[in-house]
Design a protein around this ligand. Structure first.
Ligand code: AMP
Length: 684
């Protein structure tokens, strides 16, 4: 383990050797040593939890799980330095579930999350992992949704509460959240809570919890205020930090592509249509995924097979043999099943799912570029996994390039080339005499042109599927799928033109001005936090944010209800009111100062000549907030979802998202906001 506050440079992965060591499928001839395999069974989890893990198709613990679970099972406090995508939710949920007593209908564990999306996701994970624990209940509680439903779910006797700090405090103050029997607390994404200005809320909660409890703190980074919280509220914590300095072979060309889960198969088949490949290894997370992806690729006519731990060893060996001898080109494998797999003809490795850590990324892509050949590695990342990509680049100290998705025209060009070469090969192979006779006979009929005959034969050869794809059809796989780099605007006065949302490029946006800027010390997270929590808006709808010296701009979907605008105009950040208003690129009309020092030029001096400090990339607030399913997007229409808009501003407590002091708590607070299920498609 790295020491508690070690720097990145000090960090090394230390892998425990507890647990059974499964024999590798095949010897690793290249000498790339893999860590011994640790099983879930060796971690001390309860039987129902183990059964759930098995049902979910998890083959082996991820590094953070392998190290964090035994510490938590032993009852120690824990600092887990891990981010989304590493399997950290299970790292705390599994030991918590193994420890709680489901027969007792009292709250035994509290998990704090920075956003409602994360609170919901974690609550869902708990429910999934607790599927074999009878009478288990988890209550998600978060701002912007009805109190009644949440209070009801608490009354039903939840043993675990997953919530955002603001709502947790509300319910404590209303006497609806009894945490006196609490034995476990998890602070998830602590650095995000800090960025969103919630850390004092977290401390407020921690200071009111029973002293005798286990506390686990998970954070991707360890900024000073988080260290301070750890020192103050954790007792003799064990730190688990997963990082390594292992570097991929330089013979592997690495590219990434940002893609929603729903489009991964299409993206992969399109890439494979255009690239020259020999054999391909595709890595997925679970056995179920391996089967699913294999079935989908087979349906698209690709010669592939799944390889995972549930397939008997004999059969697995056969599959690998077929890949070696070329009777099979594509294997969809879990990390465990692919251990030691060494096949020289692998030209491409697809990380269909992001690996759990940089080390397993290196192991995965090391399956290609062997024996002096070059190899290609493609990494699929969903928008919420952006940080995992950066982490891999940072640890491996290598840049992963954005991939250029082949267009329909590229695919067609390739298909025509293949078609032509198939014809030439068939001619070269000979044995055409029998057919030539038939063709001559057909052509003796003067009404039949040779081109028409050849075209008809070509169509027959296609067996009903089109040779070319429609180049004019709308393409949902954009050519450039990389995350945009940070670009700074050169214009002196910022433009009033909003930038499109990356996930919903067709959504009409409006640029707003927020009266808090760099001089006030505002951070993008505070703006996102204020809007997300006050307007009850998912952060995926919050667009570009630019911070200037004295003000900031933020792009939000068009059609903001007046009440929401009022609420946002009054919400406070860094001790100042946001004063949200549509940005016009004109100096704002401020009330004339009485003492006559006001000159219009003051405004210009404020707003001109500034460079924005930061661009918020939607979903960037915690790398977690986007669950993008383009298929589910609907064109914006009249507000037909019957939304419940934020209640009038007069009922609200004034929240300050950046002040150093917690505002006083008022008993009646935000009861506005539609539950996620009836939220409008534009986030309002
Ligand atoms: P998280 O980092 O908690 O957001 O988890 C990322 C994803 O990995 C989730 O979809 C989990 O269901 C999945 N996952 C977590 N642990 C494992 C495991 N040991 N094996 C396979 N998948 C896992």
């Amino acid at each position: 383990m790295a020491d508690l506050y070690g720097t990145d440079e000090q960090a090394e992965t230390v892998l425990q050797t507890t647990g059974a060591e499964e024999s590798a499928l095949l010897a690793d001839e290249a000498g790339m040593e893999e860590p011994p395999l640790v099983t879930f069974e060796s971690l001390g989890l309860s039987a129902p939890v183990l059964q759930a893990v098995k049902d979910l198709g998890f083959e082996s613990p991820t590094p953070i799980q392998e190290h964090a679970i035994p510490v938590m099972i032993a009852g120690r406090d824990l600092i887990g330095q891990a981010q989304t995508g590493t399997g950290k939710t299970a790292a705390f949920a599994l030991p918590v579930l193994s420890a709680i007593n489901a027969e007792e209908r009292v709250i035994q564990a509290l998990v704090l999350e920075p956003t409602r999306e994360l609170a919901l996701q974690s609550a869902e994970s708990f429910q999934g992992f607790a599927r074999h624990i009878e009478d288990f209940r988890v209550a998600p509680i978060y701002g912007g949704a009805s109190y009644e439903t949440q209070i009801r779910s608490l009354k039903h006797g939840a043993q675990v509460v997953v919530g955002t700090p603001g709502r947790v405090i509300d319910l404590i103050e209303r006497g609806k959240l009894d945490l006196s029997h609490l034995t476990h607390v998890v602070l998830d994404e602590a650095d995000e809570m800090l960025r969103m200005g919630f850390i004092e809320d977290v401390e407020w909660i921690l200071s009111r919890l029973p002293e005798k409890r286990q506390t686990a703190l998970f954070s991707a980074t360890m900024p000073e205020p988080i260290r301070r919280v750890a020192v103050e509220y954790l007792q003799d914590p064990e730190e688990v930090r997963i990082e390594s300095r292992i570097t991929p072979a330089t013979t592997v060309h690495q590219r990434y592509w940002v893609v929603a889960n729903a489009h991964k198969v299409d993206a992969m088949t399109r890439i494979l249509e255009v690239e020259n490949y020999d054999a391909v290894l595709v890595f997925v997370r679970t056995k179920t995924d391996a089967e699913d992806v294999a079935t989908k690729l087979q349906a698209r006519g690709l010669a592939c097979a799944a390889l995972h731990g549930d397939i008997p060893q004999r059969q697995r060996e056969k599959i690998v043999e077929r890949l070696k001898n070329g009777s099979l080109d594509i294997i969809i494998a879990t990390d465990v099943a692919a251990r030691g797999l060494d096949v020289d003809r692998i030209t491409h490795v697809f990380n269909y799912d992001v690996p759990y850590d940089a080390e397993s990324y290196v192991h995965r892509i090391g399956r290609t570029g062997r024996a002096g050949r070059s190899g290609e590695a493609v990494l699929f990342v969903t928008p919420r996994e952006r940080r995992a990509l950066r982490q891999i680049e940072r640890v491996t100290r290598q840049r992963i390039e954005p991939l250029r998705m082949p267009t329909a025209a590229d695919v067609n060009k390739r298909r025509l080339e293949n078609f032509r070469s198939q014809i030439m090969e068939t001619i070269e192979a000979g044995g055409l005499e029998e057919y030539q006779e038939v063709v001559s006979e057909l052509l003796s009929d003067d009404s039949l042109e040779p081109e028409t005959l050849a075209a008809a034969l070509a169509k027959m050869a296609q067996r009903g599927s089109a040779l070319l794809i429609d180049e004019n059809a709308p393409d949902y796989l954009p050519q450039h799928g990389g995350f945009e780099e940070r670009r700074f605007r050169e214009r002196r006065v910022p433009s009033a033109q909003p930038a499109p949302l990356r996930e919903f490029p067709d959504m009409k946006m409006v640029r707003y001005r927020v009266a808090v800027g760099r001089r006030d010390g505002v951070k993008p997270g505070q703006i996102v936090g204020a809007i997300a929590n006050e307007a009850g808006m998912e952060s995926k709808y919050i667009g570009e944010i630019c911070i200037f010296d004295t003000f900031s701009t933020v792009d939000l979907p068009d059609g903001m209800p007046e009440e929401t605008q009022e609420i946002l105009a009054q919400a406070r950040i860094c001790g100042r009111s946001m004063d949200l208003r549509v940005y016009t690129a004109e100096p704002p009309r401020r009330p004339r100062r009485d003492f006559g020092s006001y000159k219009p030029a003051d405004y210009l001096a404020d707003d001109e000549g500034e460079e924005p400090e930061y661009r918020h990339e939607p979903g960037d607030i915690n790398g977690n907030s986007i669950n993008y399913q383009p298929g589910q997007m609907q064109p914006r229409g009249p507000q037909s979802h019957g939304p419940r808009f934020p209640r009038p501003a007069s009922h609200r407590r004034s929240l300050d998202f950046g002040s150093s002091r917690r505002p006083p708590r008022v008993a009646t607070r935000r009861s506005f906001g539609a539950p996620a299920s009836i939220r409008r498609r534009d986030g309002y």
